[in-house]
Ligand binder design. Sequence first.
Ligand SMILES: Nc1ncnc2c1ncn2[C@@H]1O[C@H](COP(=O)(O)OP(=O)(O)OP(=O)(O)O)[C@@H](O)[C@H]1O
Ligand SMILES: [Mg+2]
Length: 425
Amino acid sequence: MFQKIRYQLLFSYLVVFASLLGIFAIAVRVVFTRSLTQQTTDRLIAIGQGASANAEFEANRLTIESDFRPQNLIAAHQALQWFDTQGHLIAQQGQTVLTLPLLPSKMVQIQGGKSSAPEGSLRHVDKVRIQGVTVPIIASDNNHLVGYVRVSQSLEEFDETLQKLDWGLGGGIIMTLVLSGIGGILLTHQAMQPIEESFQRLKQFTADASHELRSPLMAIKINAELPLEYPDEIGPKDAEKFQAIASATNQMTHLTEDLLFLARTDKVPNQNWDTLNLKSILENLIVLYKPQAEVKQINLIFQLTGNLYLTGDSVQLTRLFTNLIENALYYTPSGGVVEIKTSRVGSQIYVNVQDTGVGIAPEHIDKVFDRFWRADQSRSYWKSGSGLGLAIAQVIAQNHGGLISVTSQLKAGSCFTVRLPSISS
Ligand SMILES: Nc1ncnc2c1ncn2[C@@H]1O[C@H](COP(=O)(O)OP(=O)(O)OP(=O)(O)O)[C@@H](O)[C@H]1O
Ligand SMILES: [Mg+2]
């Protein structure tokens, strides 16, 4: 139980932490990309302004000054293009030129990077992105627009930087999550320890209290039953009272036994378990409960297969099936049928205890294994029950590496299925 809570705590902690780290990484990525883009654009604008200063407009034609050396202005991964006002290319310098048409209204243009070719196609795909910045050329004498300079730059370096950032952030997040996971395991262990200890103390207390209650209850029971053996010496009213005391004491003894069992039953080490034949345990129980079923006019039938060997504690397993058979008999009215069936699927043994009794309402089906839970009508059916029988059955099944489940229909009957791992024989 605590292991599950620990994992849940650790998982929630890691989910919250991973979300925070994710938000942080996205914020860093966005801010970094924006400032890097801005820096690149500023640099290209500065180059474009330098190039536009070296363009001349003479005789209605845009020309580049003869003493201007564009290669001094641009680096290897950059290029320059001059356009007239109609967008016609006049000259260009450098390799990484944009092939997109000039769009004077759009200062920044980006080309490539996305593969538009279908998978497997041999068509050339521009993997390297190119950014272009368009700067207008204004004639110095009349302040008229005479053309445009478009400066372009390969974004390979830019993309590489972003890729390194992504790797850095991704790696950092994974490392942080691994380390915080280790830290989380230690922290949850520390946080759960006092709770586990107090739970153990509470369990111990329940076990001690139940144990201590046994002797006084036994004394009350003996003293209440003793006068009933001499009915002549007590009046009928007193006999009734003694009877009530004896029956209440029986009920309390039953309850303390169940509480003691639940408080003491933890995952029992199975080294001392024996190899058992479940078939003989069930046969003994059927012999034991046959008379009770006959008195109640219930048809107790069984269908047991061979090879039901498993390792376990015979006392505990007897208790498990006793609880199921008692329930089936108690919650089935006269004339009904209780059937015990076994089967083996692979390495699992299945035992079905099916009845044609009162059934369990769908809204109650999840509660039947809860400690002290009893359906309202069950309280009047069988007054001495405490609601611990199925909780005990479940603990025993789990201790044996098995499971217990139920299907039921109100007023039609219930079927409890116990699955236990068998040993191959
Ligand atoms: N075969 C069944 N048919 C119908 N209802 C059932 C059946 N078995 C269990 N229940 C319901 O589940 C409740 C819990 O069962 P459980 O065996 O835990 O307690 P109990 O039989 O009431 O008391 P005890 O602790 O003495 O066994 C019962 O009170 C009853 O309402
Ligand atoms: Mg019961």
